[in-house]
Structure formats: C-alpha cells, structure tokens
Design a protein around this ligand. Structure first.
Ligand SMILES: [Zn+2]
Length: 91
C-alpha cells in the first residue's frame, strides 16, 4: 500500500474502516487517507458504464464503495455522466 501523499509504501498502517472505505495512516508523513477499490479501476471502465446509462449509485454498489467515493472519483477523473431525464410531478 502506497501513501497517497509521500508515495512511500512502507510505514502505512490500517487504522479502521468506515462503511466500505478503508482508512490508512502513513507513519512516514502522518497523513490519513482512504483507499477504495476504485483506485484500482480504469476510469474508462467507469466511463463506459456511465455511457450505458448506469447510475453512479449503482456503480458504487457494484464496486462496493460509497456514493461519496464514486462522486469524487467521477470528479477526479473528469468523467461525464449521461444526462438523466428529470421527471417533474404536477400537483
Ligand atoms: Zn505518507
């Protein structure tokens, strides 16, 4: 496991789990960070799912990560979500 900050792969310890996300602490630079399975997935793969109209929450479930994780992943990799038609209810 590589630290996201100092990129050292020694001295990184697991400190706990919140929902699906595993928290790590780097003893080298003392920073905390999360690591999800998404970090190992090719953004193009996620983009393909989005292109197929798969909702981001469904993707999150599929990969066992949180909504927040998929949201930041989409942002981070500048993925484009297919437009979702909004349904408006008339009262
Ligand atoms: Zn570090």
């Amino acid at each position: 496991m590589k630290c996201k900050y100092c990129l050292q792969d020694t001295n990184v310890v697991k400190i706990g789990k919140l929902s699906y996300e595993q928290y790590y602490k780097c003893r080298n630079c003392n920073k905390h960070f999360t690591y999800t399975i998404l970090d190992q997935i090719d953004p193009q793969e996620i983009q393909r799912l989005l292109n197929n109209g798969v909702h981001r929450y469904a993707i999150a479930r599929e990969y066992g990560c949180t909504h927040n994780a998929i949201n930041s992943y989409i942002k981070k990799h500048h993925l484009i979500e297919s437009t979702i038609e909004r349904v408006t209810f008339k009262s």
